[in-house]
Write a protein that binds this ligand. Sequence first.
Ligand SMILES: [Zn+2]
Length: 394
Amino acid sequence: MDACEAVEKELQRVISKFNGVHENAKRMLGDVAKNFDDFKSSIAEVPAEEKLTTEQINILRETLTKTKEKLQRLTTDHRDLHGAVSKIGKTIERNFVSDFSTITRNDVLVEEQNIQLLNKVIAQHLQRNNLDDVAATLINESKLPAEEIVSDPFSNLHRIWEAIYRGDLTEALEWASEHSAKLEARNSSLEFKLHRIAFLQKLDAENGGGSPIEAIAYARKHFSKFVDKFEKEIQLLMGTLMYIPVGLENSPYRGLCGPNLMVEAADTFLKDACSILGITKDSPLTVVTNTGCTALPALLNLKQVMLSRQVLGMWNGRDELPIEIDLDSEHRYHSIFACPILRQQSTEENPPMKLVCGHVISRDALDKLCSGPTLKCPYCPVDQSPNDAKLIYF
Ligand SMILES: [Zn+2]
């Protein structure tokens, strides 16, 4: 954060300098133009074939000298500005780490197969963000097999989400009524939020127009099933009817005007629809990038410590980070198992194994505890055959 602030401060300095130079240049160019205009009007009085008078020649000389002088000042200002702009680059370099060599793996992108995987995940990300044409160009240019790119169910949701933002509820209401039971099971407020906007649209509340009769009919038809859960909100909506003549903007209900309700409904739609369809609201690329950004500072710090103790070579477990990175709950997807014996998190190579007695330890621990054909559970301790232990999945 400090780094961002330092760069921002430098940026502000350049912007204010730029504005100063801009104002100055405008004034100077105005002066130059005015000098020439004055000169033009002074020679306009003389017929075209006559020579200029000494006085006019002097005015011309003076105008030219002044112009040159101002041009020089402009050049100096511009050079100064250029210096200030290039200082920003240096400030960024100074404040942010740019050497990620020890925490990146360059070998990953050597294999063609991995490059194609990366292209695929970028293409899916583009599709998810409704940039189908850019995705199509990438698929085409990287020669990705078209069948590998499965159309993302999210693009449909994204379209509806955008429509809600624009105040077009047709598709969203259809979607909500189609999934009504599931929404209700999740205690979702989406349907009510959509109907609330539709009601206000019927009133055309902000412009004080619309049709209150139609709005009341709409409320009767759609609000009855929400009365229990949204009694207060519905009362508020009914209250708006009194203020139609003066416009909702000038009433205590002005909070219901503006784009807020639309933004809220659109976001609720995205969250609930994703959870019903079992997809994440962010693309895998976004998740990976965000997670990486969260983990990076800790890893960079660790690198510093390891460098200072000259133990950097110890970090060579390619599939495992040397420390645990604590991500926020949004980025926790599944349970993890840490072996109670070795106190290590399980991996594909060292998975959790369930013993006959029901206790679970990691495979490495199991191998270490084995002495001959029998194994004594370190917790109960039941004698058993290590071959009877079963691999379990979380
Ligand atoms: Zn046991």
